[in-house]
Ligand binder design. Structure first.
Ligand SMILES: [Zn+2]
Length: 372
């Protein structure tokens, strides 16, 4: 059993499936189709409005429960060949090994356990999407449609140690583009309109919208502008990241961003603001707390303790939470170094999470009896 699941993980890691790598993603999906078909689940390919492909496996009837894990990674074609799956002691390494291919294997492992001990009296819907790493632009509509009919959703992203994620920050992304007028800095200084200077004023205004006590942060993370020191710059661009913790906080911030874009300190410059909210916040909720407690009971039965944690990052759980559907994230095994060459999975955690997920899925009363 242990060997089978690590072999499956190795097979998945060794297929490059960066977001947008249609052929690689389809190869990963073909492996999953083979696995779930063996367990008696149906398999369906769904094409999103933007043409991206996502996959759904289903089994059973009544009170649907949604499980979500993503197939895409942040790694380009050729990464798997350059550093293929390997294990070193209790760690496994390779592109996407923890985020999120071990999550996919956690779902398959739990399904295999249920096939042995008996299926729960409900419909299990497993969504494997292909664009999570870029904010799920295509699969969002599919996630929302499936979540609306479900009693709850479990997002099988990697966990931080023995924890589950009960809250996530919301995310906004914006680009502020300032244009001015170029001029020779020596001969015609006064004819220039300095876009970099205007942006500098705006950056200070934007950063000052941060309210740490309220959990609202703004980060001007990328700045570009100008061409040469002896030219008054006519273009400057800033990329901005917004994080919130409660629904509605973005409204005030966005109004302020629009005001800052409008206000002009350097005559002759103009600014345009683009972008918006990519992930609504997933605040801690009583329904999420109850789900967490069911996981905690199951973990204690298996001999370990779980803690509830809040994450500053976003995931598909944010999209589900915005609909008011109870959701728990971080159901997958723990690892580290995500999105980097040092990404690793804690192998024992994979088997604990498979046991935990199978146990919770099999528990009568662990989930609400009917959708909201
Ligand atoms: Zn992930």
């Amino acid at each position: 059993m242990v060997k089978k699941e690590l072999a499956l993980l190795a097979e998945l890691v060794n297929i490059d499936s960066g977001t947008g790598d249609r052929e690689g993603l389809q190869r990963v999906a073909a492996v999953l189709e083979r696995e779930v078909s063996d367990l008696g689940l149906s398999w369906e390919t769904l094409e999103a409005g933007n043409g991206s492909l996502h996959y759904v496996a289903r089994r059973g009837h009544g009170a649907p429960l949604l499980l979500i894990a993503h197939l895409d990674t942040v790694f380009a074609r050729g990464t798997a060949a350059a550093r293929s799956f390997r294990s070193a002691g209790e760690r496994a390494l390779g592109p996407g090994v923890a985020d999120c291919k071990a999550g996919v294997v956690t779902i398959l492992g739990a399904l295999a356990k249920l096939a042995e001990v008996g299926w729960p009296d409900r419909e299990l819907i497993c969504l494997f999407n292909s664009d999570e790493e870029i904010g799920s632009p295509g699969s969002r509509e599919i996630i929302e449609r499936l979540a609306r009919g479900a009693v709850a959703a479990l997002v099988v992203e990697p966990a931080d140690g023995e924890s589950l994620i009960v809250a996530r920050k919301g995310i906004g992304r914006f680009v502020l583009r300032v244009t001015g007028k170029a001029a020779h800095s020596g001969a015609n200084y006064s004819e220039g309109c300095n876009a970099v200077l205007e942006l500098a004023h705006k950056i200070i205004d934007i950063q000052s919208l941060t309210d740490l006590a309220a959990g609202v942060t703004l980060n001007v993370g990328v700045v570009q502008g100008g061409q040469r020191p002896n030219i008054v710059p006519d273009l400057a661009v800033a990329e901005i990241d917004l994080r919130t913790v409660r629904p509605g906080q973005e409204t005030r911030v966005m109004a302020e961003l629009r005001r800052i874009a409008r206000e002009c300190r350097v005559p002759g410059t103009r600014a345009t603001l683009s972008g918006g909210i990519t992930r609504p916040p997933m605040p801690a909720s009583p329904a999420g707390r109850r789900l967490f407690e069911e996981f905690q009971k199951a973990a204690r039965g298996l001999g370990f303790e779980l803690t509830a944690c809040e994450s500053g990052g976003g995931s598909d759980a944010n999209l589900v939470a915005a609909l008011g559907i109870p959701v728990i994230d971080g159901v997958g095994p723990s690892g580290g170094g995500y999105h980097s060459e040092t990404e690793y999975l804690e192998i024992p955690s994979l088997f604990r999470r498979i046991d935990l997920l199978a146990e919770v899925l099999g528990r009568p009363g662990a989930f609400p009896a009917a959708p909201l």
